[in-house]
Ligand binder design. Structure first.
Ligand SMILES: C[S@@+](CC[C@H](N)C(=O)[O-])C[C@H]1O[C@@H](n2cnc3c(N)ncnc32)[C@H](O)[C@@H]1O
Length: 210
């Protein structure tokens, strides 16, 4: 069964994402996709917040989304996208797509939520052509013991409120473990100010399939 139902989260997420866009995530999404080209797979595309940011050098986007409500919203967003986008059900851990068939895979704010991130990354690697790029924008485990402690407490409830997302997950440490070389990565706090937020440590980067 491919579908993953998170009906309350799916209702709320587009509003959360709109607020986050105003705070700066639109600029992060544009940075994530700048320079992408060829055939692209986006895993866990949500309601399609990245679609407006694909550059014209991208010839096709295949967007996989397991949550039915978000998938319907992504289909509507695909119709308005500047490049051809098709949306289909699927999970990152078992994509059911051909080996070495994509130039780029995009993962934004999704590896925090997949049930098995190492398996998802191995599957992403499988569908990438040799030399292909994983472009990622993820919130990750913090770098201070105090922050990690805060994140571990938050993870007692956070996954129930956020569609299974875990804030203490060290996604950035997993990427080089499964056959990728990190080419560029920057780490930053987002939002950079305001009340303490367990999901504030972010990475934005490009890793190349070995
Ligand atoms: C926080 S949302 C991010 C959506 C979108 N990528 C974005 O940048 O706005 C997390 C997304 O991951 C999806 N997701 C959860 N588990 C997944 C899995 N195993 N495979 C693929 N996507 C998954 C959710 O349905 C949801 O759309």
């Amino acid at each position: 069964m491919t579908d993953l139902r998170h009906p309350i989260f799916a209702r709320l997420y587009p509003r959360i994402a709109a607020a986050s866009a105003k705070a700066g995530s639109d600029a992060h999404r544009a940075e994530l996709l700048a320079g992408a080209s060829g055939r692209v797979l986006e895993v866990g595309a949500g309601h399609g917040a990245n679609f407006p940011h694909y550059p014209p050098e991208v010839t096709e986007v295949v967007a996989v989304e397991p949550e039915p409500r978000l998938r319907r919203a992504a289909m509507a967003a695909a119709a308005r996208a500047p490049v051809p986008v098709s949306v289909r059900p699927g999970r990152a851990e078992d994509l059911g797509l051909d080996t070495a068939s994509f130039d780029v895979v995009v993962a934004s704010l999704v590896l925090c939520s997949v049930r098995d991130p190492l398996r998802a990354l191995a599957e992403i690697r499988r569908v990438l052509k040799p030399g292909g790029e994983l472009r990622y924008y993820e919130h990750v485990r913090g770098s201070s013991p105090r922050k990690v402690r805060f994140q571990r407490y938050a993870d007692l409830v956070w996954p129930f409120l956020s569609g299974g997302c875990r804030v203490a997950r060290p996604t950035d440490a997993f990427i080089p473990r499964v056959g990728f070389t990190v080419r560029d990565e920057r780490r930053f706090e987002f939002p950079g100010s305001g009340p303490p937020n367990p999901a504030s440590p972010h990475v934005l980067g490009v890793a190349v399939r070995d």
